[in-house]
Design a protein around this ligand. Structure first.
Ligand SMILES: Cc1cc2nc3c(=O)[nH]c(=O)nc-3n(C[C@H](O)[C@H](O)[C@H](O)COP(=O)(O)OP(=O)(O)OC[C@H]3O[C@@H](n4cnc5c(N)ncnc54)[C@H](O)[C@@H]3O)c2cc1C
Length: 352
């Protein structure tokens, strides 16, 4: 079977890797370089509680499945690519002044008082009153994940055509092809995994939601916090890559089309919000500021399934596309090969 995938983010690369392992012939087209879209811009949290506690049951179930797949997926990917992806089960601490709300979220975590929160993250501001400690929440280095998926895809025999944008998908007399400025690529199946840009390829209700983030580096002698910390409208994600230590602070949420310009006001707001959580961040150095586009559907749930005939969509993961990468890879590869179905709650045609 010959499959063309549009988009080399974690979704397209993961699906392509799984399809190659099942014996398909796979070409991925990307209008830029691989894994430089939202998959690069993300914070890498596998945030089951903070992001998904209040999500519809179908999405929570998908996220739980993916979370269960993550350790095996990471080990297999590291082995196949020869690259580390920094999966860390460092826990997450959700700060709040509202103990009742934390009690309601208490399914997988443990409510801690001010002293308990300080014990988990001693650098917290003195005014913290309580938090929810979720010991088994994990995070991954999403940029390393993108590199590893690209390498694993290529090592498994995939074809990756970069800087070649899909312009249209055409079906004539039973033959489906993807047109780019350079060629027509015929396929038995086409998977649209073009992230926030998927809607530009047809009647696919996915819109971009801009997110800006910053990174702060500690002065010599100061440690990164151990867990991910959520509080005061921001999240703080410790990241160590090749000895370089950074605290990622995110993220803004704005519907501004495809505009990814950086805003000094957002930068200041993220920094000030983070400093209110950990006052010593005032002494840390701002090392980076970036933006990405989350792919969002009208109901906020992913779009996973058949669009029409032999054309499939894997998108709309919104704030959780890194968390969902393993389950989307398995489920979409299985669907394309006719081996499994996907929960109709994610049907791309559900909006009529
Ligand atoms: C600031 C921010 C923080 C986030 N934090 C987290 C987090 O902590 N945890 C989490 O789980 N998720 C997080 N997310 C969400 C996550 O990043 C996305 O849901 C996920 O990366 C989407 O993956 P994707 O492969 O579908 O899209 P992308 O990574 O955007 O990849 C799409 C690819 O398609 C290509 N493309 C587009 N149009 C075409 C075309 N016409 N032809 C060819 N190629 C095309 C693009 O160049 C791109 O490479 C965050 C997102 C942002 C922006």
């Amino acid at each position: 079977m010959k499959v063309v995938i549009i988009g080399a983010g974690v979704a397209g690369l993961g699906i392509g890797w799984r399809l190659l392992q099942a014996g398909a012939q796979v070409t991925i087209l990307d209008r830029g370089l691989p894994a430089q879209g939202a998959s690069w811009a993300a914070a890498g949290m596998l945030a089951l509680i903070a992001e998904l506690q209040e999500a519809p049951a179908a999405e929570r179930e998908l996220a739980l499945q993916s979370s269960d797949l993550w350790p095996g997926f990471a080990a297999e990917l590291e082995q196949a690519s020869g690259l580390g992806i920094g999966l860390v089960q460092g826990g997450a601490l959700l700060l709040s002044d509202d103990a009742a709300r934390l009690d309601a979220l208490d399914g997988r975590g443990q409510v801690v008082d001010a002293a308990g929160a300080q014990a988990l993250a001693p650098m917290l501001a003195a005014g913290v009153t309580c938090g929810l400690w979720v010991a088994d929440e994990a995070r991954v280095d999403n940029r390393a994940l993108g590199d590893a998926l690209t390498t694993a895809f290529l090592k498994a025999g995939g074809t990756l055509l970069t800087q070649e944008a899909a312009v249209t998908i055409e079906s004539h007399s039973g033959a489906t092809s993807v047109m780019t400025p350079y060629a027509r690529h015929y396929a038995d199946a086409v998977v649209i995994a073009a992230g926030a840009w998927s809607g530009l390829l047809g009647d696919i209700p996915i819109a971009p939601v801009k997110g800006e983030m910053i990174a702060l580096a500690p002065p010599d002698g100061e440690d990164l916090p151990g867990p991910v910390i959520w509080g005061n409208g921001v999240y703080l994600v410790p990241r160590e890559t090749d000895g370089e230590r950074r605290l990622l602070v995110g993220a803004s949420m704005e519907e501004k089309g495809f505009d990814t310009r950086l805003s000094p006001e957002v930068q200041d707001r993220l920094r000030a919000s983070a400093e209110a959580v950990i006052p010593t961040l005032k002494n840390w150095t701002l090392t980076d500021h970036w933006a990405g586009l989350r792919p969002k559907s009208p109901d906020g749930l992913p779009l996973l399934g058949v669009l029409r005939d032999n054309i499939f969509v894997a998108g709309g993961q919104f704030r959780n596309g890194i968390l969902l990468a393993p389950v989307i890879a398995d489920a979409m590869a299985g669907l394309v090969l006719g081996k499994n179905k996907i929960n109709p709650a994610f049907d791309p045609r559900r909006f009529g």
